[in-house]
Each structure stands twice: as structure tokens, then as C-alpha cells.
Design a protein around this ligand. Structure first.
Ligand SMILES: [Zn+2]
Length: 303
């Protein structure tokens, strides 16, 4: 699932292809924008804010997109088109005087005046990867609900923008906190700094590696590793499935030994005296070998 770093990378890539290009023809394939026409407008910017993308056009118009689970932008060279197998997934085609851009499976696609972008991103907390990142504001917002479980508070984009489930559960692990530790008991500055550092690292490294080991199946500490032995202590990694109908319920993984603290009633696990706070953090790093592909782009093979 695209997280803030994936959207940031998608914006960088799209910027390189399309900023300065003029739209020759636009083809919206969503009912509410069926009559919108961007022809004649120049693309002036691709910016990410958390998991949101803002594409700006001359004349003060912004296209707001959100990838949610599965959306993607795809670009093809001048005169080319995506294979027809993608036709059902296309929500917008931007034909320019250069490459052609496709918005695929994008669940959020709306036009807003550039001067009123706040209407679509103004509710978000500071963007971990943005130039206006403000740690003080993020920590203050996280503490507004002091009893809230850490993993939920980190995922709430109104507190800080860009963290998705992968970074949230891996950050909890590396800091040695149960995901359900109330935020008042957490060193929030160190926690937020670690999440930001990992995401920044990801901007120049394919994949989303938290272990420093890019080999297949070894890229994460607990994410996606239910029942498998913790890489540090060998305890089976615990898992709580997502619970539909609650606002921040996601699949959650954690090591009951390395992450002592409260656990949800649905997945009670015995806790043992644990590790010092932050002791796992030193393990984060990179060893250089690269994974191919970036999340957030269409990479599925033709059907
Ligand atoms: Zn462990």
C-alpha cells in the first residue's frame, strides 16, 4: 500500500516527466469530472503532502489525488499508450505535448482551485517528508489524546502526515513499544524522528526496507511476519487482524517479548520484562543492494 514515501517518490518521478508540459487533451473517466477539460493548461507542479498528491496547472487549478490502497500514476512516452488490459483501471488520461500520463485505480480524483488546496489537505498534520515539517506541532497533536494507542496515533494523518501501516508497526518494534502503549508513556520525539529517518532513507532506496537487509523475505522486522520467529529473540511474531468499522484498525504485528506493554483484549499475549526503550533502533540501516520497483506505480503484469 502506498505510504508517504511512495507518494513522494511518485511525485518526484512525475515531476521529471511532466512539469512544463502542456495538456493537449484530457480524458476524465470518473462521472463527477466527465465534462472537465484541462486542454491548454501547462503542468506547473507535482507535490506530495502525506499520502496525497497535488498536480498543479496554469490558471490556478489543482488536481488532488489520493492513492489509498492501490492507486498509481503511470507515464508512457510520446505517441505511446498503455496496453488495453489497463483500460478498466484508467480514471484519467492526460495527453500532453510530451509524454502521456494515466491515473489508474485512483479512488480520489478531484479538481480544486490552487488557492483553496487547504480544503483537501488543510486538515492534515505536518508532513514528515515536507519542507514545512514541524516536529513540535506533530508531538503536540499526538499528545492531544494521551491515552490513545501509539500505533493508532501514528496512523492518524491529522497528527502527522505520511505514515502508513508498515512504517507504524516497524517504528513501534524498533522503539520497543507495544503498539497499544498510550502515547503519554512514549518518547514521542524519538519515535517520530525514527519514523521520519526511515522514510527519508526510503526516498533514495527502492523498496521499504527497515532491517537493512534487502534480501527477499528479510526486509521487515515484524510487518507481514505473523507467527514467524522474531529476528531478535525468536518469539513468534504476534498478529491482530484488522477490525472493520473502527476508524484506525489495521492489521498489526508485534513481538510480545521485544515490545512489552499493553495488548488488545482480542489478542492477549503474556508479556515479559522487555528490552530497553529504543535498543532495537540501532539495527536500522542499509546495506546497499537494491530492490527493483517502487511502490505506488503500476507494476502489475499484463493480464
Ligand atoms: Zn522479539
Amino acid at each position: 500500500m502506498p505510504e508517504g514515501d511512495s507518494v513522494w517518490k511518485a511525485a518526484r518521478r512525475m515531476r521529471g516527466h511532466l512539469v512544463g508540459r502542456t495538456v493537449v487533451r484530457s480524458d476524465f473517466r470518473v462521472p463527477q469530472l466527465a465534462t472537465a477539460d484541462l486542454a491548454g493548461r501547462t503542468i506547473t507542479a507535482f507535490d506530495s503532502f502525506g499520502k496525497h498528491m497535488l498536480t498543479r496547472f496554469s490558471g490556478g487549478l489543482t488536481l488532488h489525488t489520493h492513492f489509498r490502497m492501490d492507486g498509481a500514476w503511470q507515464v508512457v512516452g510520446p505517441g505511446k499508450r498503455l496496453p488495453r488490459t489497463f483500460d478498466d483501471e484508467i480514471r484519467l488520461v492526460l495527453h500532453t505535448d510530451g509524454p502521456t500520463a494515466y491515473a489508474l485505480r485512483m479512488p480520489v480524483l478531484e479538481l480544486v482551485a490552487t488557492a483553496r488546496e487547504d480544503e483537501v489537505v488543510g486538515h492534515l498534520g505536518p508532513d514528515l517528508l515536507g519542507t514545512s515539517w514541524d516536529e513540535d506541532v506533530a508531538v503536540e497533536r499526538l499528545l492531544r489524546d494521551p491515552g490513545r494507542p501509539l500505533v493508532e496515533a501514528l496512523l492518524d494523518q491529522k497528527n502527522l502526515a505520511g505514515i502508513g501501516n508498515l512504517w507504524a508497526v516497524e517504528t513501534c518494534y524498533l522503539r520497543g513499544y507495544s503498539p497499544w502503549t498510550p502515547v503519554r508513556d512514549v518518547d514521542l520525539r524519538a519515535t517520530v524522528r525514527l519514523a521520519r529517518r526511515m522514510m527519508q532513507h526510503s526516498l533514495d532506496h527502492p523498496g521499504q526496507v527497515t532491517t537493512g537487509d534487502t534480501r527477499r523475505g528479510r526486509t521487515h522486522w515484524v510487518y507481514g511476519r505473523a507467527e514467524r520467529p522474531c529476528r531478535r529473540c525468536g518469539t513468534p511474531v504476534a498478529f491482530r487482524d484488522s477490525i472493520t468499522g473502527t476508524p484506525y484498525s489495521r492489521e498489526t504485528w508485534w513481538c510480545p517479548h521485544c515490545q512489552p506493554g499493553p495488548f488488545p483484549s482480542l489478542a492477549e499475549r503474556p508479556t515479559r520484562p522487555g528490552m530497553r526503550r529504543g535498543v532495537n533502533e540501532e539495527s536500522f540501516g542499509s546495506r546497499g543492494r537494491r530492490l527493483r520497483g517502487e511502490a505506488g506505480y503500476a507494476r502489475r503484469p499484463p493480464r
